[in-house]
Design a protein around this ligand. Structure first.
Ligand SMILES: [Zn+2]
Ligand SMILES: [Zn+2]
Length: 166
């Protein structure tokens, strides 16, 4: 089996036929990820293409994140749809020396051992990279009053800058 999520969450690409294209679609439960900010199950769609020893793994993940606005502190949920497109080459000393020939703008090129690809790591990384460092509940969040602490999205106070120059 090329993909056995229950067992080891790896892609056993050594078993794929040359030139083959495999598609997978599955859901991994929220609990399995052990990621605090993840607020839903994760729907994964994958396309795997093998050409010689090169493996292209294209994927799309759908999930929700539970975040806290860094300006006003209000919790909010996002709907995420993240894609990745990776090209795996068998790890070989000459790989790095030849890397100039292998420049491909659309792919991230990664080495693998010729037999299996750690899919779990790829998927996890995709979710983690989608977590913003400064989440905003909305692009124009007004934040909290630094003096009395009211939420300027909901109300006003006498400390609010009166300038309307923007
Ligand atoms: Zn906010
Ligand atoms: Zn105030």
């Amino acid at each position: 089996m090329v993909l056995d999520l229950k067992r080891d969450k790896k892609l056993h690409v050594g078993q794929l036929k040359d030139g083959s294209v495999e598609r997978f679609s599955f859901v991994i439960s929220q609990e399995a990820w052990n990621l605090k900010l993840l607020a839903s199950n994760v729907t994964v769609s994958l396309m795997i293409v093998k050409r010689g020893t090169r493996i292209r793994v294209k994927g799309k993940l759908k999930f929700k994140l539970q975040l806290e606005c860094y300006r006003c502190g209000e919790p909010f949920t996002t709907d995420n749809e993240e894609s990745f497109d990776l090209l795996f080459f068998v790890e070989h000393p000459s790989f790095y020396g030849r890397s100039k020939e292998l420049t491909m703008e659309d792919f991230r090129v990664l080495p693998y051992n010729g037999d299996e690809i750690d899919l779990w790591q790829v998927l996890r990384e995709t979710i983690i990279l989608a977590i913003p460092t400064k989440p905003l509940c909305k692009p124009d969040c007004k934040g909290l009053c630094p003096i009395c602490g009211v939420n300027w999205n909901l109300t006003t106070c006498e400390h609010q800058p009166s300038s309307t120059s923007e």
